[in-house]
Design a protein around this ligand. Sequence first.
Ligand code: NAD
Ligand code: ZN
Length: 353
Amino acid sequence: MKGYAMLKIGASGWIEKERPQCGPMDAICRPLAVAICTSDVHTLWEGAIGERHNMILGHECCAEVVEVGTLVKDFKPGDRVLVPAITPDWNSLEAQAGYSMHSGGMLAGWKFSNFKDGVFSEYFHVNDADGNLAILPSNISTVDACMLSDMVPTGFHGVELADVQFGDTVLVIGIGPVGLMSVAGTALRGASRIIAVGTRKNCVEAAKLYGATEFVSYKNGTIEEQVLEMTDGKGVDKVVIAGGGCETFESAVKCLKPGGKIGNVNYLGSGTYVTLPRVEWGVGMGHKQINGGLMPGGRLRMEKLGALVAAGKLDVHPLASHVFDGWEHLEEALFMMRDKPADLIKPVVKIAD
Ligand code: NAD
Ligand code: ZN
């Protein structure tokens, strides 16, 4: 089979590989549509997870099941499925402890395009099919379904980690596709003011659609100066971080009220330390909590988020700003994600109807 692989840090291309084997609890699937992620860019060009040789890239898709193992109960060949980017081993101790995304070790629930071949391939392997796949609702298009692999679950996880409550004033730092879903999740959770940090026109428009009420540009001075001025020096209740770098945590702590919470889902692709401002962290006693997490995967999560889209409560379509037709455009879509033209939110490649 053919797959689009990271050959080494900074180099990629199509390669031939054996079709993966299907274990008793597994499924083999073929993509119906795939989406490119900023994480693919971090992995391939920044070497953020280290060197990988001939590893097929990609972790966002929806798919058709072509084969299932003998112990798989709920899926069969021909089923159209949602595929989460994170596919934990549900019988692991980490999953039993409530952290399935770290099943087998830190971040090890992230298997596609990290520890095994990803989904930019004619066929791909899904471990624990009953625990990880979900049936694609019939009224969700294959393009929109790709947003449920990673963008929705990650953006929403930032909201969960920040513990957004009714009436909160929330700052969302970064309004790429993940941050846009954090804005949407923040609005669904009943926030009052939603201050979004970002400048790209398409993203600002989409953020307004998803419920952002005010905007700040990190290019117009520090985020904290602007946010403190907008909140009469009080700061915000919660911060979701979906963009920036190690230094962004300093701004986030400075923007928070005492007792506030930060939910980070940004992938820190470079730098060694995250430092905290001593005074604004209440000289160690400000009750300002900092949480960071990999998105939860698995079937229940996919079914619930899929239901939200199927019921018309969340429209993910505006995220798919650039849609291509056919594998031959995959590389173009990937390079587009790296180069981030101003009107890009998310590139998606349709493979089959
Ligand atoms: P993106 O690059 O499209 O969006 C990031 C946004 O942050 C951009 O709009 C950018 O302008 C903005 N930004 C850059 N520097 C900034 C700064 N100093 N201050 C404020 N904003 C700044 O990326 P995305 O696809 O939306 O993903 C966001 C992050 O989430 C990426 O790092 C991605 O790898 C990560 N991610 C994490 C998970 C997870 O499970 N935790 C899953 C998927 C993606
Ligand atoms: Zn992704």
